[in-house]
Design a binder for this molecule. Structure first.
Ligand SMILES: [Zn+2]
Length: 434
């Protein structure tokens, strides 16, 4: 494979719109574990939790070790892992060869104010996203310009183009009040996306993925236009897509959506009942129904409701029944996958991705469910995008290549459908404005 540049033909580009270049220093593990730690001091509950953890580790010890061995690395090494997996053999679908890979690593704002656990010694402090941004951009520069002589300096086929993690709660809108420590939402949007215009062509927009690639010199102030492909929001970390009744917060999300709709900037939102749940009402905030009022007001917003719900939800929607999480009352508002497809059909720029879901478990194929659903609701086929959720997906996959090969080889999807998922749909989501 060789590194192709924009303008060399549209069909060369393979996209992974949902992956992470996440080291162990990025997530806020304290905020995540805080929900469980106090439970350990309740005698019976603590014993049961301990037993459950032992069972999970027993059944998944290799996957957990594999995931940790990746997340212990620095960002450039994680990019090399993915690059090496793409170089292992050609990526081909129906005789079409993909020679350049554009990935959009999703940065996440892990800042969370959580109740303190008493008497732990040092008090908890919320975690800023800034070191994560520095880390990822330094990693991209090192991946691009560092040498790997020991490995023969293999070709770089990856072009990483991150999504910026934003939680509007951590910004202010309008004029700063005295003592305001947060950043201006409007200034931030303008700083990173101010040059975007709906008039730009697909090629001009795609060129952004190559412009400035790896030129970061370490000063966060130097980041600006063209460094981020879009915006990632993460409701389980307490981002509320439509905070009804909280006028200041509602004004902020309106500002974000108006800006993105006007400039054609894509937003990806985590949309499954799982994930890094920190907010007490994480499932409610992440549910696709939260986006219905957003889209009613901003019908042209480019939005990816990621994960398509969750693989068990998707199978429940395809084949009926009450398998998996569908049984629990919190999800009785409706099936996540079905609700996402309702929005896909209703609005022209709503997409979804298959991040994490595409691993193989005997007689429990995600792709078989996809085939059934796409036959039933064909518009989904034009809005569904390939996503790996690497490296988080290592909890159920051995590596990037294994996950990719399961997708490339599945008999349940046609070649035409696969090309839509890795090329046509993401190109439209990322670069085309309507
Ligand atoms: Zn993810």
């Amino acid at each position: 494979m060789s590194t192709a540049r924009a303008g060399e033909g549209d069909k060369k580009y393979f996209y992974d719109v949902h992956c992470h270049v996440q080291t162990l220093s990025h997530p806020c593990l304290y905020a995540y574990l805080r929900r469980f730690l106090p439970l350990f001091s309740v005698p019976v509950v603590g014993m049961l939790l301990g037993a459950a953890i032992v069972l999970i580790f027993k059944s998944k010890q290799k996957n957990i070790a594999n995931l940790l061995s990746v997340m212990e690395r620095n960002a450039s090494e994680i990019l090399w892992l993915m690059n090496d997996d793409f170089n292992k053999s050609a990526v081909e679908i129906g005789g079409r060869r993909f020679e350049s890979v554009i990935i959009t690593p999703l940065l996440m704002d892990f800042w969370a104010k959580v109740p303190a656990i008493r008497q732990i010694g040092y008090q908890f402090q919320p975690k800023s996203i800034l070191p994560q941004v520095l880390d990822v951009f330094n990693g991209i520069a090192e991946f691009q310009w560092g040498t790997r002589i020991s490995d023969g300096n293999p070709p770089r086929v990856l072009s990483p183009f991150p999504f910026m993690g934003i939680n509007t709660k951590h910004f202010y809108l309008g004029v700063a009040k005295p003592g305001e420590k947060r950043t201006s939402l409007e200034k931030t949007l303008n700083k990173y996306f101010g040059d975007r215009s709906k008039n730009e062509t697909l090629e001009q927009n795609r060129e952004r993925a190559f412009f400035n690639r790896g030129t970061f010199k370490g000063d966060i102030e130097d980041l600006g236009w063209r460094q981020f492909a879009g915006i990632k929001v993460y409701p389980p970390l307490d981002f509320d897509p439509w905070p009804v009744g909280i006028s200041e917060e509602l004004a902020k999300v309106r500002c974000l959506y108006k800006f993105c709709e006007e400039k054609g900037i894509p937003i990806t939102s985590h949309c499954s009942p799982g994930g890094y749940k920190v907010a007490d009402d994480a499932e409610k905030l992440a549910h696709p129904s939260k986006w219905a009022p957003v889209l009613a007001e901003f019908p042209n917003l480019k939005l990816n409701l990621a994960h398509m719900g969750e693989r068990l939800e998707t199978r429940a929607y395809a084949f009926g029944g009450t398998i998996g999480i569908k049984k629990f009352p919190i999800w009785l508002w409706g099936n996540w996958t079905e609700d996402i497809i309702d929005l896909v059909e209703k609005y022209p720029n709503v997409y979804t991705d298959m991040a994490y879901a595409g691993y193989e478990v005997c007689s429990n194929s995600f792709y078989e469910a996809l085939r059934v659903i796409i036959a039933r609701r064909p518009k989904l086929g034009d809005r569904l995008m390939y996503g790996s959720d690497f490296s988080i997906n290592l909890q159920d996959s051995k590596g990037y290549r294994e996950y990719l090969d399961v997708f490339l080889k599945t008999p349940h999807l046609t070649d035409e459908q696969k090309v839509k998922m890795v090329n046509e749909n993401p190109e439209r989501f990322l670069w085309v404005n309507s």
